[in-house]
Ligand binder design. Structure first.
Ligand code: A2P
Length: 284
């Protein structure tokens, strides 16, 4: 039901997926099972979400074809650490092969993301990861790994929603054939109360979430909305039988704002692990 996106490595991914952020490990088997029943085939998790084993339990139950994304924690950057962290992730997921493995944040201050990227390239060579990519990378981080290794990521997963549209970055992705994935595609729900979006929803006879997710799809972006509610899960994947007009696109395009970011700034984020370690040491 969900159309497929072609990646620059020849593999494919569903054009819409289910985001497992903030899904507690204890309820993950049940939530992921209902997402799969609702028709989701792409499940997005991360070591940092603490729910890989719960996601793995759900995936073990289904015989359907699915695509699983997981991400390397900031604390595990560096060549050897990445190799060990991947072993741990694939063990928790109970999978020999992961469809898409991403570096979660660049953490530029640590200067480890190029070595980390080399480890992902090796994991792909070994056949343990089908596709490799990054998350929250800005233009300079992308250019650096591509320049130093010659390997272009298949995906960059970034914060992207109507209030924060990342046009410049999307142009760079297009230039290199990198697929854009959108986290918090609904702006953590904020986009759903916008009067312009509500007006389009009313005209189309669908929900504001469907308008926003259709907008992502028509932009060629893979959105990974999350919902713990079965009805909203079903609503969010039911976006493949209507079209937005070019006027709708023009209207949504004007909702972009310079201060629209709701998550951390990738230029400075990622020192937390270090600080956490440091305070632990200091308090001991
Ligand atoms: P819930 O889990 O109760 O459905 P984002 O993916 O942009 O971070 O947004 C996720 C938030 O939006 C969650 O709080 C989720 O709440 C809510 N949400 C997800 N889908 C819908 C929907 N179709 N309608 C209203 N709220 C939604």
């Amino acid at each position: 039901r969900v159309p497929m996106a072609l990646l620059n490595d020849g593999h494919v991914l569903p054009q819409l997926g289910f985001g497992a952020w903030q899904i507690d490990n204890a309820i993950a088997p049940e939530v992921i099972t209902s997402a799969i029943n609702a028709g989701y085939r792409l499940i997005d998790t991360a070591a940092d979400y603490g729910n890989e084993s719960g996601v793995g339990t759900a995936l073990k139950r289904v015989r359907n074809q699915f695509y699983i994304t997981t991400k390397l924690r900031n604390e595990d950057q560096g060549y050897d650490r990445t190799m060990r962290a991947f072993d741990a992730s694939s063990a928790r997921l109970q999978l020999d092969v992961v469809d898409l493995y991403l570096i979660h944040w660049p953490c530029p201050q640590r200067r480890a993301y190029v070595e980390t990227w080399r480890a992902l390239i090796e994991l792909q060579k070994q056949g343990r990861v089908r596709s490799i990519g990054v998350s929250n990378f800005m233009a300079d981080h992308l250019e650096r790994i591509m320049h130093e290794t010659g390997v272009v990521p298949a995906v960059n997963q970034v914060e992207l929603h109507p209030a924060f549209q990342q046009r410049e970055l999307r142009n760079i992705h297009e230039r290199y054939g990198i697929v854009t994935q959108a986290w918090s595609p609904l702006g953590r729900g904020a986009a759903l109360t916008n009067p312009r979006i509500l007006a389009i929803a009313e005209r189309c006879g669908c929900s504001p979430a469907q308008i926003v997710l259709r907008w992502h799809f028509e932009n060629g972006t893979i959105a990974i909305p999350k919902s713990a509610n079965a009805a909203r899960m079903a609503e969010n994947i039911d976006v493949f039988d209507f079209d937005l007009t070019s006027d709708d696109h023009a209207v949504i395009s004007r909702l972009d704002r310079p201060d629209g970011r709701i998550g951390p700034d990738p230029a400075t984020y990622g020192q937390m692990g270090l600080f956490r370690g440091l305070t632990r040491r200091l308090s001991r």
